[in-house]
Design a protein around this ligand. Sequence first.
Ligand SMILES: [Zn+2]
Ligand SMILES: [Zn+2]
Length: 318
Amino acid sequence: MQAVIFDGRQITVNDIPKPEPPPGFALIRVLKAGICGTDLEIVNGYKGFKGVLGHEFCGIVEQSDNSELNGKRVVGEINVSCGHCNFCKNNMARHCSNRQVMGILGLNGCMADYCVLPLLNLHQVPEKITDRQAVMLEPLSAACEILEQVSLQGNEKAVVLGDGRLGILCAWVLAGLLEDVTLVGHHQEKLEKAEWRHLKTVINKFNTSEKADLIVEATGSASGFREAVSLCRPRGTIVLKSTVSSSIRIDLAPVVVNEIAVLGSRCGDFNDGLRMMLTYPDLKIERLIEAEYPLNSAVDAFRHAAETGVLKVVLKMD
Ligand SMILES: [Zn+2]
Ligand SMILES: [Zn+2]
């Protein structure tokens, strides 16, 4: 089968043997795989991962011990946990201390004709959801994680910094719950694409006299963090959503003085992403996909995804 491989230096598309699913795993024929910011960071050295890239996919179960799932269209949670450490036992399997993460840590990814994942990780995709929508479930669920971490009443004021893929998804998730959500970005086209319901968009600098209760930092830059601190009310919350390969210098004194809670936020529960997609069919999440490339053009696809101002680029295997 063909697979997109990162060898620690460069990306190539190679012919490698089809994976054999270990017990409890399913063999999945991949239909589409998304390129996300994390993949671009890996190629820049984040996590030191080598192997088949990719963790966002939609595919068809080709072979598994669960006959009901065979032939069905699925998406998959990317963290493969051990099931017996303290985190697993306490309902925090995504933080399992022995975890492998598809295409990120110790486990081959989904940018290939086939991939394997434990049956427990799979979610069947409802008929109503198209392949192009399903491939966006992983990042949408990651955005939904904010709602797991911060309890919101509905009357809070929220600001999302960063009009990249993840920033827009976070803004949509918050706008599903809150009346007052503003997305701040630097690209007119992206902000226009992000328009949905009552979500407000602002280009460049957000000036407000009334500070926000919740800020989502999705720019991944030191200036983004500084802006988040300046926009956050005392005892408010800042959620950090980007993983960046380079370290940044930040001044934490205002965080202490204003008693701001800073939360890291990573993957989410796919059930939340699926629920959001089914609740809001008008979201048309696939509008974030700017281009689809065949698997063997993955090098061009990565180059495209890394250009500034580009939203989602997807690989297609069919
Ligand atoms: Zn991702
Ligand atoms: Zn564990």
